[in-house]
Write a protein that binds this ligand. Sequence first.
Ligand code: PLP
Length: 285
Amino acid sequence: MSRIAYVNGRYLRHAEAAVHIEDRGYQFSDGVYEVCGLRGGFFMDEALHLERLERSLNELRIAMPRPLAALRHILREVVRLNRISDGLVYLQVTRGVAPRDHPFPASQVSPALVVTAKRLNEARIAAAVKKGVAVTTMPDIRWARRDIKSISLLPNILAKQAAREAGAYEAWLVDPEGFVTEGSSTNAWIVDKAGRLVTRPASHDILNGITRRVLLEAAKVEGIEVVERAFTPDEARSAREAFISASSAIIIPVVRIDGAPVGNAEPGLLTLRLREAYGRVGRLT
Ligand code: PLP
């Protein structure tokens, strides 16, 4: 069965799905995106993803491409046409198509919308959760508005590639003051020596992950103490536990940082408990 994508009003086979060469996303990375998980045919925390989409668009002064109800319908159509019940839905909005020129085009240019869906490699995720993964740290060279889920991901992909070439799963990015901001496509967490869950507070420095937000809620429900503060790679290496979070896999334990073991180099108990708790707090629609 061929995959189907939604492109500006049409449902097309991937082989035929294309955008205009003067789409500003293609030429300037002038757009934003969202990735929402699907579990058993339901969207995970869809309302929070759509709320963040609206926020990202507002920050860049791009109009919502469709009313919310229409967007929700398109997302469901793409999932239905691709017959996916567990996977990821990708949604991208750009400022639209206009002759290449840096200033925003005239306001009558409509934003462009693309939606795709794919199955997740469940076996790969399960293996990563069971064994834990390694991360490497490197300088965070991104722009100053990482809270916007922009499609401009060059520093992120360079960091991820460098991590993979170093034999690690993820890159933890470090700000000029020496503190971890987040992963190249995940939020970063540790369990400190006192057993508290630690993650960097939401600000312009990180993407406020939907998984991060729901995990903070789950921790509260579980009675786990949380401190939102920055931590250094040194503290992370000597932490009790560490993990990364994102919609694609919820939580993956981190067992090595720059080659050094975290704890006994096995997935932490609190990490695994929180991963389970997510299932009770995340909302399916
Ligand atoms: N941080 C960055 C830089 C990301 O790209 C992502 C996800 O793509 C996340 C964090 C995690 O966000 P979410 O939990 O919404 O998937």
